[in-house]
Design a protein around this ligand. Structure first.
Ligand SMILES: CC(C)(COP(=O)(O)OP(=O)(O)OC[C@H]1O[C@@H](n2cnc3c(N)ncnc32)[C@H](O)[C@@H]1OP(=O)(O)O)[C@@H](O)C(=O)NCCC(=O)NCCS
Length: 147
C-alpha cells in the first residue's frame, strides 16, 4: 500500500533528496545540489511511502508563493512506481493542505513534457515561463481550488 505523509527524520529527508536527484536532475546531467532550491526551509514536504518495503517512492513540496496562492514543485515518482496513481495522490494531499490553509489557488511551474499529467489533475496552462537550468522549457499551470 502507498501512504502519503510528511518526512520526519533526517533519513527521510536524505532519501527524498536522493529520489529527487535520481528522477529530476541526474537524467539532465546536473550535479548534486541542484535538486534543492531556495524554498526548502519554508516548504512543506510530502513523501509517498511503500508500506511493504518502507521505501520512499514519491515526493513533492509546497510553499505559499503569495497570499492565498500555493506553489508546489519537485514532484517525482520512482520509475518503477510511475503510472500507478502516486503522482495524483501527492497532488491530492497537497490540495487538501492548501484548503486547510485557506488558499484559493494552487500552481506549479512544470516541464512542457509533464503538462498532460497536470491537466489530468485539473490544472490549466497559464503561460510559458522561461527555462530550467537553460535546458527545459517551463510552463506555469494553475488550478482554482474548490475547498
Ligand atoms: C509526472 C509524474 C510525477 C506523474 O506521476 P505518476 O505517479 O506517474 O502519475 P499518475 O499515475 O498519478 O497519473 C495520473 C494521470 O496522469 C497521466 N500521466 C502521468 N504522467 C503523464 C505525462 N507525463 N503526460 C501525460 N499524462 C500523464 C496518467 O496516465 C494518469 O491518467 P489516468 O488518470 O487517465 O490514468 C511522474 O511520472 C514522474 O515523476 N515523472 C518524471 C519526473 C517529472 O517529469 N516530474 C514532473 C516535473 S514538472
Amino acid at each position: 500500500m502507498i501512504v502519503i505523509r510528511h518526512p520526519e527524520t533526517k533519513e527521510d529527508f536524505k532519501k527524498l533528496y536522493a529520489l529527487r536527484y535520481k528522477i529530476l536532475r541526474e537524467p539532465l546531467g546536473l550535479p548534486r545540489g541542484t535538486e534543492k532550491d531556495d524554498y526548502e526551509p519554508i516548504s512543506t514536504h510530502f513523501i509517498a511511502v511503500d508500506s511493504d518495503t518502507g521505501e520512499i517512492v514519491g515526493t513533492a513540496k509546497l510553499f505559499e508563493k503569495e497570499p492565498g496562492v500555493g506553489q508546489f514543485s519537485h514532484i517525482a515518482v520512482d520509475e518503477k512506481y510511475q503510472h500507478r496513481g502516486i503522482g495524483k495522490m501527492l497532488v491530492d494531499e497537497i490540495e487538501k493542505l492548501c484548503c486547510q490553509k485557506g488558499y484559493h489557488t494552487l500552481g506549479t511551474l512544470t516541464r512542457i513534457t509533464a503538462t498532460g499529467f497536470y491537466e489530468k489533475c485539473g490544472f490549466s496552462k497559464v503561460g510559458i515561463s522561461g527555462n530550467l537550468f537553460g535546458k527545459l522549457q517551463m510552463m506555469w499551470m494553475e488550478k482554482k481550488l474548490n475547498c
